[in-house]
Structure formats: structure tokens, C-alpha cells
Design a binder for this molecule. Structure first.
Ligand code: FAD
Length: 405
């Protein structure tokens, strides 16, 4: 137990003094303890044992045994005993800090969340992002027990042996004749009496019976604004994070560190780096890199690091190149370096996200032939995006002649 009544986010103290006086001996003890966030306890105690008659009988008259005891406790396994929270929703940070402590939040949860969602756990809604953790707490009363007893979760992010580009290549082969590339949609509007939709792109326009907006949240909001301002506001209010990837190649000899079984690593925010992770892509996908070469993917931006992305491409790449050198013992310069920006592409499901999405869907139902989808709805990983696309196609349940847009 941690001393004081301080709970998460509070600091509390307690002090005590005990005095025992008998004919044969005396004992004076006083001390204080500081409880920090119900997680760490720092304490100090002074004990003075006056041997009195006992000491005299032993030939040591006036003997005092004195000691100062300094203590520090960190609650690690409290998760096993803490009750489940009754809050309707809470941030991931509140949840992890309460169950496992701030150290686990800052050193483990934050980098993992930055690696998957580029998001800040201080904002993320637990119910919308990681409902399985909530389920574990409620079912098993503890995360540790939950992880132990429950089956492994499917990974949030998935890929294909040749990378996600493989998916696009297959789709291209199947629907290429129906796709018009490099044609940004600039406006959409419903036709009168629910007869369908009109889609505009820089001077061209198309009509269709059914329309699915699959653009990122901010683009979707822009298009919705053409005919439904309240829904546009709800979609536009979804906070999205920006990231950038620097893809680099080196000769294997340039890497000073040998990381045998490692495919990459995550870096906690307190380290102060502009990058949140480095993937050793040549190890993840050995078939994609020629032997003797190293392929690094340096992940930039995301929560707490988006300011770095304001720099020009060239500055950003050279900064990242210099920063990663000591982490991997890199000698010299990369053989090739490319930067790809993904601006506002990763949604951060904040508190109230589920209610927001429910409201958006209710609003959309008032528009015949309209559907929305995208990673900002209910799952960021490609697997969840595909499941939603499947559900949508079943929802309409017949083969449509695809509209060109
Ligand atoms: C850098 C990065 C790496 C990722 N890696 C993985 C991974 O390895 N595994 C995984 O499971 N998930 C990964 N994700 C997450 C997942 O890939 C994405 O969440 C998913 O691809 C999103 O799909 P989407 O259809 O919602 O949006 P997007 O894939 O962004 O598609 C939106 C499309 O809309 C188009 N568009 C935008 N505006 C207009 C307009 N006005 N007119 C016409 N078209 C428009 C865009 O060009 C784009 O093609 C990654 C995400 C990022 C940002």
C-alpha cells in the first residue's frame, strides 16, 4: 500500500510520532511519508531506543540505539488489486497511469501509441481506441490477469509480404477501367428528390445514384460542407495527426550496431528526438532489399513531434539523418533518402468519439444513396478499413455500374 490518501494526480503526506516510556526502556519514533499519485511512496523515520535500566544492567549505562530509516516504494503490481473504474469513458493515459503507473505510461504506452496511432494517450478515448483493455479490466479485474488469460489480439496494423502497395496493385488490375486517377473531387451535391448525386472535379461533372465518400476526415468535411454543414462540422472536428517517413538505404558496413533479432524500435517522447520509431525494413521484409544493404524507415511527427514537420523537406531529412546516427552507430551518409509526408492522415479518436460517429451516421442516413467511410470512423488499421468497405458493399448488396468519380 502507498501511504497517504492521495489518489492518481495527487500528492499527499502523513506523519506520526510514537513515544513509549517504561521503567526499563524508552522508545521514541517519529517519521513522515509522502505518497505521490498513489504510485510512489517516499518515507523517513527516526527511531531512538533508550536502553535505560537494561543498558545499565549490561554495563552500558546511557546507551541509546538510534537509527534513521529512509524508504522508497513503487507500486508495481497494484493492477492486480485495483478496482475497475466506473467512468463512462476515460483517456488511455488516465487508464494506464491508474492501473500501471506513470512510468509505464511514459516509457511503454506512449511510445507504443505513437508507433501505432501517432497519437497522444492523454487525449485518446479508451472506449473508441482500445475497448479490449476496458473489457479485460471489467472481466478479469486486472490487466495483468487479462493479458495472461485472454487470447492474443489480432494486430491493429497489418501488412502484406510485398507491402501495402500489393493491395493497390491488385485493385488496379480489377477496377482500373473504372477509376479516374488524378481527379480531385472539388464538390458534391444531392440531386432533387433523392434522385442521386452530382460530383464535380475542376470543370468536369458526373451523376451517380450512390456515392461513397472515402476521403480523409478533413477532405470529407470539405465535401460535406457543400450540402450538410452540421455533419461537416462533426467530421471536421475529428483531430488528425500528421506524420512523415524518411526512407533510407545504406551499405550494411555503415551500420555500427548489430541488432540481431530486432526489426526496429520505438522512442519515448522524453528522449527529445524528432523521430518516434525506426523500422529496419530490410529485416522486416528481407526480400525487398538486396543483400549487403540496409533499409531504414525513420518515422517522424505524430503527437508531440509535429512541430518538426514544419521544416523544409531538405532540413527535415538532414536533421533526421544526423539524429539517428548515434542510435545505430551509422558512419557516413545514406546512399539514398526519400521523404513522404502524410499530413493529417492519422485520426486521434478523442473522448466522445463513439458518440460523434453515431451522430454522423444518423445524419448521413437522412441522405439517400450516401455513405461515408475512412480510417477516422472506427479503426485505423488497414484490416478494419477493409472490413468496413466489405460491410458497405453488403449494405447495398447489388452490383452497381461504378460511377467514374
Ligand atoms: C504512414 C502510414 C503508414 C501506415 N501503415 C500501416 C500499416 O502498415 N498497416 C496498417 O494496417 N495500417 C497502416 N496505416 C494505417 C492505414 O493504412 C490507413 O489508416 C488506411 O490506409 C486509411 O485508409 P483510408 O481509405 O481511410 O484513407 P487513405 O488511404 O488516406 O485514402 C484516402 C484517399 O482519398 C483520396 N482523396 C483525398 N481527397 C480527395 C478528393 N478531394 N478527391 C478524390 N480523392 C481524394 C486520397 O488521395 C487517398 O487515396 C498507415 C498509415 C499511415 C499514414
Amino acid at each position: 500500500m502507498i501511504g497517504s490518501n492521495a489518489t492518481e494526480g495527487e500528492i499527499g503526506g502523513s506523519a506520526y510520532a510514537t513515544r513509549v516510556n517504561t521503567k526499563d526502556y524508552g522508545l521514541n519514533v517519529h517519521g513522515a511519508a509522502l505518497g505521490i499519485h498513489d504510485r510512489v511512496e517516499l518515507s523517513i523515520a527516526q527511531q531512538d531506543f533508550n536502553t535505560r535500566a537494561t543498558g545499565t544492567a549490561l554495563g552500558l549505562p546511557g546507551l541509546h540505539l538510534k537509527q534513521t530509516v529512509v524508504g522508497a516504494k513503487v507500486r508495481v503490481l497494484g493492477d492486480l488489486f485495483l478496482p475497475a473504474s466506473r467512468a463512462e469513458d476515460q483517456t488511455l493515459a488516465q487508464f494506464v497511469a491508474r492501473r500501471m503507473g506513470r512510468e509505464v505510461l511514459e516509457r511503454l504506452a506512449q511510445p507504443l501509441i505513437a508507433g501505432i496511432y501517432a497519437a497522444d494517450p492523454e487525449y485518446l478515448s479508451l472506449a473508441a481506441t482500445m475497448p479490449h483493455l476496458l473489457h479485460m479490466e471489467r472481466t478479469y479485474g486486472s490487466l495483468l490477469r487479462g493479458f495472461w488469460k485472454s487470447h492474443a489480439q489480432a494486430p491493429v496494423m497489418a501488412s502484406l509480404p510485398q507491402g501495402l502497395g500489393q493491395l493497390i496493385a491488385v485493385l488496379e488490375r480489377q477496377v482500373a477501367a473504372h477509376v479516374q486517377l488524378s481527379t480531385p473531387v472539388t464538390a458534391v451535391a444531392p440531386l432533387p428528390a433523392g434522385a442521386g448525386w452530382i460530383v464535380n472535379s475542376n470543370g468536369q461533372s458526373w451523376q451517380c445514384r450512390r456515392l461513397v465518400l472515402t476521403t480523409p476526415a478533413q477532405h470529407c468535411a470539405t465535401l460535406l460542407r457543400c450540402f450538410d454543414e452540421p455533419t461537416a462540422q462533426l467530421v471536421g472536428g475529428i483531430h488528425c495527426r500528421s506524420v512523415a517517413i524518411v526512407n533510407q538505404f545504406y551499405f550494411a558496413e555503415q551500420l555500427g550496431l548489430n541488432l540481431p533479432r530486432c526489426q526496429g524500435f520505438l522512442v519515448p517522447l522524453p528522449e527529445g528526438t524528432s523521430f518516434s520509431a525506426i523500422s529496419l525494413a530490410h529485416k522486416k521484409w528481407p526480400d525487398r532489399t538486396s543483400p549487403g544493404f540496409v533499409n531504414l524507415r525513420v518515422h517522424l511527427g505524430g503527437a508531440g513531434r509535429e512541430d518538426f514537420l514544419e521544416q523544409e523537406d531538405e532540413t527535415l531529412v538532414s536533421r533526421a539523418t544526423e539524429e539517428i546516427k548515434p542510435w545505430l552507430g551509422i558512419q557516413g551518409e545514406p546512399l539514398k533518402s526519400t521523404l513522404t509526408r502524410h499530413t493529417q492522415r492519422l485520426p486521434e479518436y478523442r473522448l466522445g468519439h463513439k458518440a460523434r460517429i453515431q451522430q454522423i451516421m444518423e445524419n448521413v442516413n437522412h441522405w439517400p444513396g450516401l455513405q461515408l467511410t475512412g480510417n477516422w470512423l472506427s479503426g485505423v488499421g488497414i484490416g478494419e478499413c477493409i472490413s468496413r468497405a466489405d460491410a458497405l458493399s453488403k449494405h447495398w448488396n447489388n452490383r452497381e455500374v461504378l460511377c467514374k468519380a
